[in-house]
Design a protein around this ligand. Sequence first.
Ligand code: UDP
Ligand code: MG
Length: 321
Amino acid sequence: MLISIVAPFYNEEAVIDAFFTRLSKILADHLPTYDVEFVCVDDGSSDRTLALLTQRAAADPRIRVVELARNFGKEAALTAGLTVARGDAVIPIDSDLQDPPEIIPEMVRLWAEEGYDVVEAKRADRSSDTRMKRVSAEAFYKLHNAISQHPIPQNTGDFRLMSRQVVDVVNSLPERQRFMKGIFAWVGFRRTSIEFVREARVAGSTKWNKWRLWNLALEGITSFSTWPLRVWTYLGAGIAGLAFLYGVILIISTLIGGRDVPGYASLMSAILFMGGVQLIGIGVLGEYLGRTYIESKQRPVFIIRTVHERPTAARDLLDEA
Ligand code: UDP
Ligand code: MG
């Protein structure tokens, strides 16, 4: 049985040593009977990440380095890694060791012995994240799960184990907008979860600024819900209904009490408010239309420049020796 560890690397030169040291030790100690491959995706790093990874791949046949043509973002890097991985079980993991590899043996046990197709790793506590990130993440999961038919489990990231069958299904999805957490949840299968405490990064700094996170959240919501599009029908109908009633009231009060000229302030605020509401509505349409447009261009999600690995023949020779 082969286990693939899939890790995206974007300017992570500071964590590479720690990553391989910690993972190799755990795999050797707890899963000695399994073959392992490391699929390291270099997501267009501009530091020495790629050089350090290929250097390792040249020395260690278990390491395969997928070099992307530029920075495509984590979701695309993960997608690339999943298509290259050959394992019977595939485990995506952050390269900064915020996902503790110590729970991998338990994941493998649940998959191999109890027959689960997906073993999710659930963050039991996010105290290593900033308060702002915790609050915004919580709000995102709440909103997403309230308006999407396919809830994503709260506090579950990309760290998980998936069987070959699940990975094949994920790889076969043709969509370009890849919100991996949502896709992983959408495919279903027999699943279970293990809790873990999210650690701080071993080195380096986060690659996600607030703007990127905001866009990821939009991606998640627009990929899995059309509620933001439909809500305007109801909002519009509600406002039109109220406006009609107000019109009736105005007519009656004019008939009874005569003309009433003042009203500039209320008129102005009603116009501005409605203008704002309409612009928001158009903006939401734009979010979806833009995504439909990108989807329709059928561009690949990622471009692989090279896969750095020992040729299979050399690997077999090495295995024999
Ligand atoms: N990452 C990537 N491409 C990017 C941004 C991030 O491959 O454009 C990788 C990064 O190297 C790390 C993982 O995605 O392995 C998670 O990123 P990070 O730790 O910066 O995010 P955080 O844990 O702070 O949410
Ligand atoms: Mg991280």
